[in-house]
Structures are given as structure tokens and as C-alpha cells.
Design a protein around this ligand. Sequence first.
Ligand code: BG6
Length: 489
Amino acid sequence: MNEETTFKPCDLVIFGALGDLSRRKLLISLYRLEKANLIEPETRVIGIDRFEGDAAGFIETVHKSLQEFLNEPVDELVWLQYSARFSYLKIDLTRLDEYQVLNTVIDGKSRVMVNYFAVAPFLFTNICQGLAQCGVLNEESRMVMEKPIGHDLKSSIAINDAVAEVFSEKQSYRIDHYLGKETVLNLLALRFANSIFTTNWNHNTIDHIQITVAEEVGIEGRWEYFDKTGQLRDMLQNHLLQILTFVAMEPPVNLQAQSIHNEKIKVLAALRPITKENVELKTVRGLYTAGEIKGKQVPGYLEEEGANTESTTESFVALKVAIDNWRWAGVPFYLRTGKRMTYKRTEIVVNFKQLPHNIFKESFTDLPSNKLIIHLQPNEGVEIQILNKIPGIDENIKLQKTKLDLSFFDTFKNSKIFGGYEKLVLEAMRGNPTLFLSREEIEQAWTWVDSIQDAWAHIDAAPKPYPAGTWGPDDADDLIARDQRAWEE
Ligand code: BG6
């Protein structure tokens, strides 16, 4: 994955440095990278926001954020090294003349300018224009942007067009933080470095695949944003489809960005459209009502602070997806994701086919099939469910379901498992685009998601209620039960 990799120091410019994303994720991830000695010594961090302030004020805010979001005490030696990188500039991002101030700090000769857009997408165009106008960019400069990149295909094209006026595709790094997660990357290793999986990864041996991204959290003070978005756009359009592409893609020629992007695009293009004729059979929309999570009462979506009680936005979605290509013909992918579910769990379950004949009827009338379970979070690991003989000298061979369990934590005790953001911010600074999304991927994903959104609008489907703390509405169980299958619980 090292194409074009550069370890030249960076000027990492964070637009929206005092905002939520920056304080909760970005600056925390950078601290962890600092602690692991992974940031180039000469790299600087330049915070930009619309509030009056100076480096000292910014440093104080970052320290407070670390205390709030780090989940471990701040190491003061690391902090000294980290905070020495900071400076702060006040820019009203909507005023193009204010960007000139960047010329006082940016050093385009000895550092690569990495512009991180940690702001709402409506500001992306302004930032691009401001940067172009003040003349700080050069061919090495990059931009990093976060989802949501649009609300649908049309708005996504508008954002990408505006960015493309200033940054070439090669300079554009679109983040999906799931692609930085250790287990998502391990899918490449699992699939393309182990012959037991390379030869068995298709419709001949696999019965169906489930992808679950269950969240315990609710809306977390983002009701207005979330209500305009919904779980389909917030989680499925990006994170679940990205996981799906890694599970389903053909072997890439190599690990370079272009090869991986090409294979992912082919999967997205092969997703069978969901139409108004079949949307009720293929999808379920849900909305959480009040309930209990880990012994604590939590309000329903419509009772959250700032809620509009007339809302019909979904907080849960389950889908049956078909991939129309040679490898996956006849293999359904069941996807589900929701807020306020029983507990946080992200996993992929690959269900292999049942054997055609059972010679162990003493133990099982119906021989259970093998499963490969990839735990993405929490407790990253891989598990294979197999049948084993129970030791003993009985007349009959007795079988029991057992598992081969590879917990990353137990197996790789000495390797630190970093979160998705750390990995991706580092790759953006190094200039390695492999784990970022291409424009074409995003637009292909929107095309498919728009078809679902349109079909829902057509049938006017109200979301089905489910109590917080459960695995979603009963309709999601029916969706898979119609095929004589069940969700992995
Ligand atoms: C974000 C969504 O992209 O991912 C949030 O906007 C969601 O709504 C979050 O909670 C989940 O991320 P993770 O890494 O906690 O699974």
C-alpha cells in the first residue's frame, strides 16, 4: 500500500478545529499518533475556526478535549511534544478575503499542506475557493473530507464538482472511518492471503452473508442533523456498503489504490436495484421507542431533545441485497444497522452451505453449517464455528459445535490496535490514498441508495417501532425468516 507514500512533514490545517468532529475524534487521534511516535517531527497542526483566539487558547481547548474524550490520563510528556505543533488562525470560512492570513504560516516548500475539512459540507466550496484564491496550494497539497458527501447523488456530484475545481482526484482524500478499522483491513488478508478462503468464497460454498452494525448510542444531541439524514444515509450508504465491498470484491491486482477502487466499484455497480415493486419485501425501516439499555431507561427517538414528534425518519434499517455477478449469484446479503440496539456490535457472518448428507444423525438431525464470524468491534477477532467430535470411547461418535477463536487482543498482545481515525489521518499525512474513497465509488453508492429512498417515498413507508435495547423491529426478523434463515444473535 505504499505507492506515492511520502514522509515529508505536513502542515495539517484543520478547518473547524474547535468543532465536534475535531475535538472528539481528530485531535484525540493525533494525540495517540504522537504517543506512538508516528507523526513526523517537523509536522505542524494549524487550527482554523471562526472564533477569536490564539495558539494558547487552542492548546487549552485541545487539552480539555483530551481530558474529556481520551479515556486515559493525558501523558504530560507526550502532551508537551504534541502541543508544540499547534497554532491557530481565525477565519470566517464564508469570507474569501480572510483566507489570506494562511500565507503567514503555511510553508509549502518544506511541508505538504494537508487540509482537513472538519466542517459541514455546505462550507466545502467556500474553503476550496478561499484556498485557491489565497495562493497557498501547490501540486502536493491535499484535502481530506468527511461524510456526508452529499445527501443523494445530485448533491454529492455538486460537492465533488466544486472540490474538483481546486483539488484533483489524486489530491482528494474522502474518509470513511470504517476503512481504517483493523478488522476491515484484515478482510483483505483473510480473503487474499489464505487459500482456504480464496477457494471457498463464492456461491458454491456460501449460503448467505450477514452484516450487522448495531449501535447502543442514540442520536447524541444531533437530532436535527440525523433527522434530515436517517440511518440509511448515515450508516448504510457508507460504512455498511464499504464493508460489503471488501467482503464481495474480486481479488485486486495489487494493493494500490486504483486496483482496490476498481474492484469496489464493480461490486457497487452489481448491486441489484431495489424498486418500489419489491421494496416492502427487501427492506425494513425502524424507529426506536423508549426502552432500557444496560439497565438504564432511555427515551424514544421522538422524545429526544429537540425532536419533532411528526418525524418519520428511520433509526434502523434492514435489507436483503443481491449482487448480480458470477461469484455471488443466488447468495443473499442481509444487512442491518440501527441506533439504540441491545449493545454495540459490528460483525460479518459468513454462513457456509449445509452438507448434502448427514451421517451424524445421533448428534444432529440437521447438521449445522460452518460459520465464519468476523468481529469488527468491540473485541476485534475472527471466529470459525465448526463441528467437533466430543472426546470419548462411546459406541457412537458424538459431535458438538465448537469454535476456533482468534481474538486480536489475545493473539497480538504486543501490537497496539489503533482506531480507524488514527490509521486514516496518518495515511492522509503520508499521502497514501488506498483506504480513501474515490469519487466514482461514492456516486455509485448514492445511485443505489437513492433507488431505495425513492421506493420508500413511493410507498410512503412509516418506520416500524422497536423498543430501545432490542435488535430492531419484528419485521427485520420476518425479512430473513421468509428465507428460512435467522439473524445471528
Ligand atoms: C458515524 C455516524 O459515521 O459513525 C454516527 O454518523 C455513528 O451516527 C458512527 O454513530 C458510528 O461509528 P463507530 O466507529 O462508533 O461504529
